[in-house]
Ligand binder design. Sequence first.
Ligand code: NAD
Length: 472
Amino acid sequence: MRHLSHAYIDGAFVPVQGSEVVDIVNPATEACIGTVTLGNRDDVRRAIAAAQRAQPAFGRSTKEERIDMLRRLEAAVLARTDEIREATIEEYGGPLSRAQWVADYASQCFANAVKTLEAYAFTRSVGEATVVMEPVGVAALMTPWNSTAGSICNKLASALAAGCACVMKPSELSPIQTQVIAEAIHDAGLPPGVVNIVNGRGADVGSEISTHPGIAKISFTGSTPTGKAILRAGAETMKRVSLALTGKSATLILEDADLAQAIPLALSAGFLNSGQACIAGTRILMPRARLAEAIEHVKTTVEGLIVGDPRDPQTLIGPLVNQAQYDRIQRFIRSGLEEGATLVAGGEGRPAHLARGYFVKPTVFADVRNDMQIAREEIFGPVLCLLAYDDEEEAVRIANDSPYGLQAYVFSSDAGRARRVAERLEAGGVMVNAIRPALTAPFGGVKQSGLGREYGVFGLEAFLEPKTIVSA
Ligand code: NAD
């Protein structure tokens, strides 16, 4: 049992002043594995004050000094890779391979930031002016629960590379994963106040951050409604805001695709991270003429998917994070049935072989129209929609008929054609015949999937502001 009751402020773990104690539950077993005492507004105000004290000196640090700090962070996080993986499995229910990926990615974020920083020119000439890229000021980093170590480390690496002291508010649902990262950050020995971490609820800690005049920049990952609330709250003090939000990604399988390859890949993209992924390809668009064939491939592939113990290396789909998510997914499955979609695989309830845990059946609906709730809203569980189209024009139109535009997928045996279709999709990114994240290329969404980009130089510049100097 872990009892977590400290925030990380000004270089030290300090008891939180908040008093709300929440159980931490292993979602695969439903066993209570610990408690977390959540921070409150006073805790986060102390964290912001510490970051404000650290900002002037840290903002003036040299590129070499920041590279050195990032390398120390990389080493400290790398040393805790196994702990991150274990916490991701135990607290979140991440299947082993996914948990290992997140754990490896966490330290890689700092290595990537070093490379970006080494190549980055903070000063450049534009016309007759000299333009200096300066840190924007104290940055708040707020993250969701579905990829905790990765989200924290990615944002932290970019913010520190830019010279911004940070206040982090990770999800209240991932305190053990956060604690492991916090201990690694402490081991890296950064100057006090450069990184501060407070667990807490969005309604008080998150809201305090969104309105506090000491915060210059917010980098947020989470749902679109929360992103909008943060944007509105930050407007009064004109915070710079980057938002990585909800996805409802389309996967276009073109009529020349080899279905034996494309369907398993499309389902992997849809069931990514047990379906709890913003980039999950959850609307699979199939040529009507090949629908029956596709459904057979879907049935065979889903039958072969192993759902269960996240520690088993064979498992592809683990539990959902908590009871609330389980209930939410069941509601979506019922809504699909009520609106007339046809079940191809899965359905309501827990898989028969699992007696406990927040497991749902990997579910695929056919006969889905793009105006059904299951096609419009992000489900955030392993529930996918098959939609039929008659020609490429219609496929592109259906794909783009969404308030969201984060990540799309195209499968075709003609690379040139797939590329042309990819260029017509309204999405921040498109993967063609592959599921392979590009971790230094810009990542983010168009439309209501977000604002701004993360990763690499785009991620760095999200924490910088240009100053133009013109001399006589
Ligand atoms: P959420 O929006 O409920 O919460 C995210 C974070 O915001 C949490 O730390 C939460 O405590 C905080 N928060 C909640 N209300 C707040 C408020 N009023 N002010 C400030 N902070 C507040 O999202 P979630 O359920 O934790 O995560 C799932 C969502 O995140 C999905 O919509 C998913 O698509 C999205 N997501 C997006 C990306 C991306 O890169 N685009 C990546 C991962 C997850």
